[in-house]
Design a binder for this molecule. Structure first.
Ligand code: PGA
Length: 251
């Protein structure tokens, strides 16, 4: 993997309304950082206003999901093209909370990844094992399956970036991250799977693997310091500006 600027992606989940999102986007803009690629992912309804706040800064905007069709009779869904139109550059796909609570399958995630790529959004594909799967020794199998099913046959052009976020499901929101060696092992499995799916040169230049799950200011450097880790996806600790600042400072 080519080591570039570390990427820090803030997943605000369904935790902030419009005014709170605007306030936090302003605060993130004030900290900024030239040495880190920062992406914030507010809820759909806050994207337009967040884009206005970020205009002229280096901070980028992402969404937390998109639909797999470009448009049509799909009540309640949001198309990748609409996200692009309001200034979105990234989109989180296949987050474990969506897989768990909304019945998202690998097949659905695959269609969403394809649509995101077609709309020129950068997918942040989330994969990860549950606690039971880890106990059963199935972690590698789960990662290989999820990455393969989401990405096999996806039209990744020479100019397109793709981010895979390894998020052990049992660690998300727990306050206790896994140890960096466990993350490094999982990232290796993901990279090997990518090499099986795409030309090596494309994987090396266009794909990045990041870690997510209870990342905070105290542990962030142990993940971003790994050779095969390009950054972090942060949930809880991205919602309070002091905690988020600590993450950025400590990388
Ligand atoms: P967490 O969430 O940092 O609160 O564990 C990460 C995520 O769900 O992306």
């Amino acid at each position: 993997m080519i080591k570039t600027k570390p990427i820090v992606i803030a997943n605000w989940k369904m935790k902030l309304g419009l005014s709170e999102s605007v306030a936090l986007a302003k605060a993130v803009r004030r900290i900024g950082s030239k040495d880190i690629e920062l992406v914030i992912c507010p809820s759909f309804i806050s994207l337009t206003e967040a884009a206005k706040v970020l205009k002229g800064s280096q901070i980028k905007l992402g969404a937390q999901d998109c639909f797999w069709e470009a448009e049509g009779a799909f009540t309640g869904e949001v198309s990748a093209g609409y996200l692009k139109e309001v200034g979105g550059e990234f989109v989180i796909l296949g987050h474990s909370e969506r897989r768990q609570y909304l019945g998202e399958t690998d097949g659905m995630v695959h269609r969403k990844v394809k649509m995101a790529l077609m709309a020129n959004l950068i997918p942040i594909l989330c994969v990860g094992e549950t606690f039971d799967q880890r106990q059963q020794g199935a972690t590698d199998y789960v990662l290989i399956q999820q990455v393969t099913k989401a990405l096999e046959g996806a039209p990744v052009g020479l100019e397109q970036r793709l981010i895979i976020a390894y998020e052990p499901v049992w660690v998300i929101g727990s306050g206790q991250a896994i140890n960096p060696e466990q993350a490094a092992t999982a990232h290796q499995v993901i990279r090997q799977t990518l090499f099986d799916l795409f030309p090596a040169s494309l994987v090396k230049s266009n794909f990045a693997v990041i870690y997510g799950g209870s990342v905070d200011g105290a542990n962030v450097a142990s993940f971003t310091g790994l050779d095969n880790t390009a950054g972090v996806l942060v949930g809880g600790a991205s919602l309070k500006i002091d905690k988020f600042t600590a993450i950025i400072k400590n990388i």
